[in-house]
Design a protein around this ligand. Structure first.
Ligand code: AHG
Ligand code: MN
Ligand code: MN
Length: 333
């Protein structure tokens, strides 16, 4: 009976059509980008669920643009998302964590004016691949700013987060969830793997105003800035009001905190002097989603989405969560 009522809900496809109808001038191009991401998400979800049965776990012996060891599943997810977006020629450029430079997608004669670019972390939480813990994908969508007559340029990718047209994440957890925003609230769709359809399961996700969870890799405490150390010490002093939860897959940590209320922190430390997380395809999309859900996302002294990016793989200190906890953190920063 429960399944019945879930299945009578909107599918992601129906939701996209309804959203498109609200904008009569829409060409449907944006919906096609989401369709391509949705297809790749299903393929990656299927593969993730078979990890352990097939030869897909473990390192592939290559180091990526960031000097991190690439896992086979990182490469598989990268190729799947890039393939889905380029085969349909519905975007003009893509940047990925797993590629040093942005990828130029040549427009076809059938589709001469594709205006969207996508930035993507194809697989988030690589260190959790081999241990059967939730993974994710994060994406960010912009309109190009260079003339549509020529190839995409670096400046198309180095736009501020405030310019995002849409952003989302896919969580490969106990179920697979597709969460995205176009600046009009946040909606989540759960995959029914038996029939390969995403259903609207989390309409209008809103962060609880208060939270009691904080999520941080505290093993780096010794070299955190003093402000962060003080913030953490004082949270502990508050008579067990707080609890820590840290999965080490940002998508999972953020998703839990969005539903339950909490603060995610990745401060600078000696190992990662600028923090570890990448501005363009990790922090900005998550910041857009968290703000749209009523929360806040900041770096040490600035709103994440107002940072002017310098490079494709730039890292920034990252803090986000419900407004009350971010306000407490700010009083230390
Ligand atoms: P990725 O797997 O895409 O490289 O990202 C890993 C990130 C993020 O998912 C996670 O929150 C963070 O790295 C964990 O870092 P630590 O292991 O330093 O805590
Ligand atoms: Mn990541
Ligand atoms: Mn990744």
């Amino acid at each position: 009976c429960n399944i019945q009522s879930k299945q009578s809900m909107h599918t992601l496809g129906e939701f996209l059509i309804a959203s498109q109808q609200k904008h009569p001038a829409s060409t449907g191009e944006f919906s096609k980008v989401i369709h391509a991401l949705r297809l790749a998400a299903k393929v990656v979800s299927h593969k993730v669920n078979k990890a352990g049965l097939i030869d897909i776990i473990g390192a592939n012996g290559v180091t990526n643009a960031q000097g991190e060891s690439q896992q086979k599943l990182d490469v598989y997810a990268h190729e799947t998302f890039i393939g889905s977006l380029t085969n349909r020629k519905i975007v003009c450029g893509i940047a990925s964590e797993e590629a040093d430079d942005f990828i130029e997608v040549h427009n076809s004669t059938e589709n001469p004016e594709s205006k969207y670019i996508v930035l993507i972390d194809p697989l988030d939480g690589s260190s959790n691949i081999d241990v059967n813990v939730s993974l994710g994908t994060i994406f960010s969508i912009y309109k190009r700013i260079s003339p549509s007559t020529g190839p995409v340029t670096q400046e198309d990718f180095l736009q501020k987060g405030t310019e995002q047209v849409a952003a989302g994440y896919i969580l490969y957890g106990t179920s697979t969830l597709f969460v995205y925003t176009t600046g009009n609230g946040v909606n989540g769709f759960t995959l029914n793997p038996a029939i390969g359809t995403f259903y609207l399961s989390h309409p209008d996700i809103t962060l609880p105003p208060k939270g009691h969870i904080y999520s941080i890799n505290e093993a780096n405490f010794a070299t955190f800035p003093e402000s962060i150390k003080d913030f953490l010490k004082n949270r502990k002093a508050e008579d067990q009001k707080y609890t820590t939860r840290y999965i080490g897959s940002m998508v999972s940590d953020i998703h839990r905190n969005m539903l339950k209320g909490g603060l995610y922190l990745y401060p600078p430390n000696q190992k990662s002097p600028q923090g570890k997380l990448r501005l363009l395809y990790e922090c900005n999309p998550i910041a857009f989603i968290v703000e749209q859900a009523g929360g806040e996302a900041i770096s040490m002294d600035q709103r994440i989405m107002e940072i002017d990016p310098n490079t494709l793989h730039q890292r920034v200190p990252f803090f986000c969560g419900n407004k009350e906890m971010v306000a407490i953190l700010k009083s230390y920063l």
